[in-house]
Design a protein around this ligand. Structure first.
Ligand code: ATP
Ligand code: MG
Length: 314
């Protein structure tokens, strides 16, 4: 893991630039920018072998540092007010979407960030095209938008449960055997469009194994304070595991691009997954080459005039 190098240089002594460099390097192995040959079966769900429990304090420290770097980048994003970042979280149940979002974003200014969760569509949403509700929730310039599930559900749960497609009120002639391929193409074009308009799209798949999902469901039953998270519907969805994996693989293959990569992050260990998520967001912000707005010479001079006025105030 990164730990060996990290212990050499104490994290606290690391400059932001060095931290950003390491974050970029760390998440690279989970990045998919060209999905043509992507195979989900080959993607790991566990952290690397040399990652052990003793690494956890270091990982916590790394996450704190990562959060601080993230917060600084986000302030520049906000001040520059040109780009925005959309981070999409997709995963099977109990993969840790909610807790990753909570932990990774806990350090940043809430005014510059908005989280939207997408559940089964309501009747107003069903009266529109499938991107409509997501489009309404896009982040404004200068902000980070988080989607907890997204339009990708349209090629995942909807593909696996045809009754959802039936509810969508599409003209019959448009529902052909090509519909999933067409939706994936629409998504790819939509993300390209967003990127061309200054919204960078980053997609995160928290890759949890079927065994760890089972373990987490059992914990939800056994531990009283986790009972509220238990949802009997999740057990039903688990039966479709293989179908979901193949739908995810197809989605990742069709929509991984240079501008809008997927990160397929091992999620069997939550602490490790959070570091990888933070690193991917840091990388995306860094790639925007953000800069604080610069004042012109005359604007700088005006500032000096204002300072004089303030100092001469009686
Ligand atoms: P958690 O269980 O951690 O609270 P969640 O994201 O699983 O979070 P739920 O309320 O349990 O939230 O589930 C939302 C459900 O809505 C998911 O099963 C998802 O597949 C479904 N959903 C999302 N978008 C669509 C869609 N476009 N069509 C049909 N179902 C959808
Ligand atoms: Mg759920």
């Amino acid at each position: 893991m990164m730990n060996k190098k990290l212990t050499e240089t104490r994290l606290k002594e690391m400059s932001d630039l060095e931290l950003i460099r390491r974050a970029k390097q760390f998440c690279r192995k989970y990045e998919v920018r060209d999905g043509a040959d992507f195979e989900l079966k080959k993607a790991v769900t566990k952290p690397p072998k040399d990652f052990s429990k003793e690494d956890l304090p270091l990982v916590k420290e790394a996450l704190e540092q990562g959060k601080s770097a993230l917060s600084k980048l986000q302030e520049v994003l906000y001040a520059q007010d040109k780009w925005s970042l959309l981070v999409i979280f997709q995963a099977m149940d109990a993969a840790g979407k909610d807790s990753s979002i909570k932990h990774v974003l806990s350090g940043i200014n809430p005014q510059g960030c908005q989280v939207t969760s997408f559940k089964a569509p309501n009747s107003e949403e069903l009266d529109h095209d499938f991107l409509w509700r997501c489009n309404k929730a896009l982040p404004e310039r200068g902000r980070i938008g988080i989607f907890n599930r997204s339009y990708y559900e349209e090629v995942l749960v909807v593909r696996i449960h045809p009754e959802f497609l039936e509810k969508q009120k599409l003209p019959q002639s448009l529902i052909t055997e090509h519909i999933w391929e067409e939706r994936l193409e629409d998504i790819r074009h939509y993300e390209k469009y967003l990127n061309r308009n200054g919204t960078k799209v980053l997609k995160i798949f928290l890759n949890v194994s079927k065994e760890v999902q089972k373990k987490r469901f059992i914990e939800r039953i056994e531990e009283k304070e986790k009972n509220w998270k238990f949802n009997s519907g999740d057990i039903e969805e688990r039966k479709h595991w293989e179908e979901y994996m193949s739908a995810y693989q197809e989605a990742i293959r069709a929509t991984s691009t240079l501008d809008s990569p997927w990160y397929v992050i091992p999620a069997d260990n939550k602490s490790y997954a959070r570091i990888a998520v933070a690193s991917a967001i840091i990388k995306a912000l860094d790639e925007m080459k953000l800069k604080l707005p610069k004042l012109s010479n005359s604007e700088q001079e005006k500032l000096q005039d204002y300072k004089k006025i303030l100092l001469e105030e009686k």
